[in-house]
Ligand binder design. Structure first.
Ligand SMILES: [Zn+2]
Length: 776
């Protein structure tokens, strides 16, 4: 029974009154696909307007403990058994009937959950988690895991650590020097400076030296070529200008594509080594930290250059104890590894190198910002002498898994996940999300003291080694694949919980409506008169992104096993990403001075989770999926105009899916009508049948063989495209085939586009059968 029906019935029977849920909103603007990625170029993080904000965090400030959402009415009195002169049987039946009616609706606990938000709690967890840098595989990260375990255990949630041995990468020796004819050699320090009064100066000594994980060990001493953002089109431009990259050091700047692709593109262009710098034009357009939110001159973005997913020594299977493994040498030799030495450098070092690069002047959109030297293409006369030795080694990582068992359907899982490991202190990436997870868990524990038990099991996951290649979550999904595939309702990911002030959300489409409804119930943390939804709509109008790209721990859930998923963040692109300056001070000064954004992200995360764990019928709406699939097909159609390719198999299968959606709608209506007139519960087997179909429909979008040439990616609708780092809008297999056919332009290549279209149509037909529950 839906909460709304329950409420209607309360009113009709005049037994009780609960606040009604807000009415149905107007249809939102059409969702436009957008992809989550952590390699954005920077844009300003707005400084909070002091007048509009509540007073700063402090322990004696009672207003901070005031609920962020107006308090909900107290729990309605539960029926108390009274002795009655009527016969015992009638009394018992009446009590059972009454009990059913007064059991609080899911919406009651959702309102209560919202009222329990605590920015004090979120701030305290963030401070504790970010005391030391905590890279995956280090003692400090094990201590951070202890904090998560002890917090969740203290809330009486059964909690365990799931360890894996996986291939991680650490720097051993790095050196980089710059020379040019007639000039002294400059040896770069490759150190990120602390500032006077930096409370984290001492702890900074523990930060891993700046490096690119999994870069090949080796050296190069050769001329420099400037390659702009290091995209394939940038190398194509260099070739068109006659600039030969072969055997040179490619110098590229961060901001447009994943750093693994920057290094791979350099390698594919023939470069002997790659250097990536943080251009002040993109990362320091205003005051640098600590005087402003932007990247300081010596700040360096470190990170992984592995393009695969999960432990490189256990491709396609889990790194469980005693498991089969490929050798480290084999793992390092795959095409997903960068294969050449590479180092990241600061904006200051990047500009110093570019001052000595000659050759033709680079185009306008390749240039730096104000005060930067004029950028030339090279090669030379600047020569870089780069030497790098890495240590690729098996190290222990620790996922933390905590379980709140469901009361009625313990074998159905709603999974919440966030990673814990960080390149440095990780205040924004990722521990703003970890702090939100723990704050959310504390609220759930308080709900339990008010009588709440979830209908379905809630699993809280804190992943390790995400930064190296989504390793912790991927190994866990691979190890538990069969269980998760048959039992998981949804996966809800938060990586960076807070880095600014806008809501960024991506989802598989059946969750769009739930996400929107939840955002309407959460207050905008920066403006008490509007909801997150209002703020979301007022921002850039691109509503809900899709989960086709890599980028975070949802990847294994969606792209490998087809679990409906969501990714959420209170986000602005932020400049200190993956640098030593991503610490508590940055967060307190610029990211979230009141920690209200942390509370808001925990609120929307928890509301979506409670909707999925507690509603009798799963709040999935597949009509959004039909719209998205149709839009994807229209998009593909535009790209194959005039070619011997037909989209009709896809259109036909989408029609089948649409018929299944209509059938489910009428089933739902019938259940609700029955429920309105009957005091008894819906037939639980009928409810279970409908819920299973809603849950398993997403699974049917996966295909056993996976994407052509990339068998780990099983999802035929959402996955990374070979030619598009941010993931195809939809249909990655078709996208790849079109790109290949456009280059080859042979009848065979267009036939493979048609083949990929048929594959997509087949999974959509399968999903239609699952949703409707009928076979041929
Ligand atoms: Zn992250």
């Amino acid at each position: 029974m839906s909460a709304e029906d329950r409420e209607k019935r309360y009113r009709s029977l005049r037994l009780l009154y609960y606040p009604l849920r807000s009415g149905s909103p107007a249809a939102p603007p059409h969702a436009r696909a957008r992809h989550y990625r952590t390699d954005y170029p920077a844009s300003p993080v707005p400084t909070p307007d002091a007048a509009a904000m509540p007073p700063p965090l402090g322990h004696d400030d009672s207003c901070l403990r005031a609920p962020l959402i107006p308090a909900t009415p107290p729990l309605p009195p539960r029926a108390t058994a009274r002795l009655h002169p009527l016969p015992l049987l009638v009394g018992a039946l009446f009590a059972a009937y009454y009990h059913l009616l007064v059991e609080p609706a899911p919406s009651y606990y959702q309102s209560l959950f919202l009222s329990l938000g605590s920015n004090d709690t979120a701030a305290a967890h963030l401070r504790a988690l970010t005391v030391r840098p905590h890279l995956a595989g280090t003692e400090a990260n094990a201590l951070a895991a202890d904090h998560v375990v002890s917090t969740l255990s203290s809330l009486s949630f059964p909690t365990r650590v799931t360890p894996y041995e996986v291939l991680l990468s650490y720097p051993v020796r790095r050196s980089l020097s710059l020379s040019a004819p007639g000039r002294d050699t400059t040896a770069f320090a490759l150190v990120q400076d602390t500032y006077p009064g930096d409370p984290y100066a001492a702890a900074s000594a523990e930060v891993v030296p700046t490096f690119l994980a999994y870069a090949a060990s080796g050296s190069a001493a050769t001329e420099v070529v400037y390659a702009n953002y290091g995209r394939t089109e940038d190398y194509a431009y260099l070739a068109s200008r006659g600039v030969n990259v072969t055997g040179k050091v490619a110098l590229a700047r961060y901001g447009k594509v994943y750093r693994g692709d920057i290094v791979k593109n350099a390698r594919d262009a023939g470069a002997a080594a790659a250097v990536i710098f943080t251009d002040p034009k993109d990362y320091t357009p205003g005051k640098a930290f600590p005087d402003g939110p932007w990247m300081p001159p010596t700040g360096v973005q470190v990170g992984s250059t592995f393009k695969g997913v999960g432990d490189p020594t256990t491709p396609m299977w889990a790194s469980s104890e005693g498991c089969e493994r490929v050798s480290v040498a084999e793992a390092m030799a795959t095409d997903d590894m960068p294969g050449i030495p590479a180092l990241p450098v600061s904006g200051r070092d990047g500009e110093e190198i570019l001052r000595l690069v000659g050759g033709d002047v680079a185009p306008e959109d390749w240039q730096g910002g104000e005060g930067a030297p004029v950028y030339h293409l090279g090669p030379g006369p600047a020569v870089l002498n780069l030497s790098y030795t890495g240590n690729e080694t098996l190290a222990t990582i620790q996922n933390v898994i905590s379980v709140i068992e469901g009361k009625e359907e313990p074998d159905r899982y709603v999974i919440l996940g966030n990673h814990r490991d960080a390149w440095t202190f990780g205040a924004a990436d990722p521990n703003s999300g970890t702090a939100a997870l723990l704050e959310l868990a504390e609220r759930l524990s308080k709900l339990q003291t008010k009588g709440w038990r979830p209908r379905r099991t809630i699993i809280l996951c804190n992943w390790d080694a995400e930064e190296y290649g989504l390793i912790g979550s991927t190994e866990w999904v691979e190890e538990n694949r069969a269980m998760l595939t048959s039992r998981t309702v949804a996966y809800l990911n938060v990586d960076v919980g807070v880095s600014g002030s806008g809501l960024d959300a991506s989802a598989t489409p059946q969750l769009d409506e739930l996400l929107k409804q939840a955002s309407k119930k959460v207050q905008n943390p920066d403006n008490g008169t509007e909801s997150l939804y209002d703020m979301w709509m007022a921002s850039d109008g691109s509503l809900i992104g899709r989960l086709g790209g890599g980028g975070s721990d949802y990847s294994a859930f969606v792209q490998h096993i087809g679990i409906p998923s969501v990714q959420m963040s209170i986000w602005s692109e932020y400049a200190v990403y993956h640098s030593v300056y991503d610490d508590f001070t940055w967060m307190e000064k610029y990211g979230d001075p009141m920690f209200r954004r942390h509370v808001a992200v925990a609120s929307i995360w928890g509301l979506v989770a409670l909707g999925l764990s507690d509603e009798e019928i799963l709040p999935f709406n597949y009509s959004s999926y039909v719209t998205e699939l149709e839009n994807g097909a229209v998009d593909i159609n535009k790209r194959v105009l005039g070619m011997p390719v037909s989209l009709s198999p896809i259109h036909k299968s989408i029609k089948q899916l649409n018929r299944a959606v209509l059938k489910v709608d009428s089933e739902l209506q019938a259940l609700q009508t029955w429920k309105f007139w009957s005091p008894w519960r819906n037939n639980p087997l009928r409810v279970r049948d409908l819920n299973d179909r809603l849950m398993m429909t997403e699974r049917a979008f996966t295909e056993r063989e996976g994407l052509s040439g990339r068998p780990w990616y099983k999802h035929m609708i959402y996955g990374p495209s070979l030619y598009n780092d941010y993931g195809a809008e939809a249909y990655p297999g078709v996208d790849d085939a079109i790109q290949t056919a456009k280059k080859a332009n042979t009848s065979e290549s267009w036939q493979s586009v048609q083949h990929e279209i048929h594959r997509v149509a087949r999974v959509i037909s399968q999903s239609a059968s699952v949703l409707s529950g009928g076979f041929s």
